[in-house]
Ligand binder design. Structure first.
Ligand SMILES: [Zn+2]
Length: 301
């Protein structure tokens, strides 16, 4: 169906590559609240909930991989004191202890040691708070994403949405940059370049600039032949890319590059119009989660 969008590697010495299909399961690790009008221009001023989702991806030969980890109780520990306390005041977080990634995965018989890789879309706290709970995982992110936060401290780190205490002490030893993976065509016409994480076309990381430095999305096709494009915070709701609605200018103050954010959002809108069969998943989309939650673990909103 959508595989025509994803050209196969052409090495005449090798057999044609058959792209392995993966299983994907979605989880919600609590939520934060914001007025809708901040996240969608023209929206209501009513406070609404934004789920923090992550995905378990099960690859037939590589094993278990996570796309982000959502919140964990570590977020509360790291925001007890000022200046980090501002983070918790600006984005009030609601998370039950059993809702963190590691516990939800254990409930699904997925032990933490079985997670081999975690793709970090970007370093905002609601995406990395569970990283330290997976002792065998290798971390993958864009070099520019880590470079932008690694030396940040105090208010500058806070402004970047980065809480250094969320990273495990051996983070750098377990880190590899996505740029070390082969560069391949991704979604020609929209997102030209991607990184083939395991050299088999099953998981293609694609840069989605604007929201945070080096933000990565992930393109994959599951065992039901459904193609998903996980877009992290390139937009905060399905309505945003479907109807091309940007957040309120206030929210854009926290973006790394507001003009680039708009360009990325326009590309997602155009991709959706041309290829509605590709399911685009923003990490904080409550509508998507409501559609998923009857069949998956976690609490519906
Ligand atoms: Zn973010």
């Amino acid at each position: 169906m959508t595989n025509s969008l994803i050209p196969m590697a052409t090495n005449p010495l090798e057999q044609p590559l058959v792209q392995p299909l993966v299983q994907v399961t979605w989880f919600k690790t609590g939520y934060c609240t914001h007025p809708e009008a901040i996240t969608l221009r023209g929206g209501r001023w009513q406070t609404i909930q934004f789920p923090a989702l992550f995905a378990l991806i099960q690859h037939p030969t590589i094993g278990n991989i996570l796309f982000d980890t959502g919140y964990s109780e570590r977020f509360f520990r790291e925001t007890q004191h000022f200046p980090n306390r501002f983070y918790a005041l600006i984005t009030p977080v609601y998370l039950k202890p059993e809702e963190n990634a590691v516990q939800q995965l254990q409930q699904q018989s997925v032990p933490p040691e079985s997670i081999r890789y975690i793709l970090i879309s970007h370093f905002h706290a609601d995406h990395i708070a569970g990283l330290a709970d997976f002792p065998q995982a290798e971390y993958i992110c864009a070099q520019s994403a880590y470079g932008a936060v690694k030396h940040q401290k105090g208010l500058r780190a806070l402004k970047a949405g980065f809480l250094a205490g969320l990273l495990p002490p051996d983070f750098e030893k377990r880190l590899r940059f996505v740029e070390q993976s082969p560069s391949v065509p991704a979604l020609p016409g929209w997102f030209e370049q991607g990184f083939d994480l395991f050299g088999d076309r099953s998981l293609i990381a694609i840069e989605l600039p604007g929201h945070a430095p080096g933000q990565l999305g992930l393109l994959l096709t599951d065992t039901h032949h459904q193609t998903y494009f996980l877009v992290a915070d390139a937009c905060w709701s399905s309505r945003a890319y479907q109807e091309l609605v940007a957040p309120h200018p206030i929210a854009q103050l926290i973006f790394a590059d507001s003009a680039t954010y708009q360009t990325t959002l326009k590309k997602l809108h155009s991709l959706h119009q041309a290829h509605p069969e590709i399911q685009i998943i923003p990490t904080h989309c409550a509508v998507f989660w409501r559609e998923q939650s009857p069949t998956h673990s976690g609490q519906p909103l």
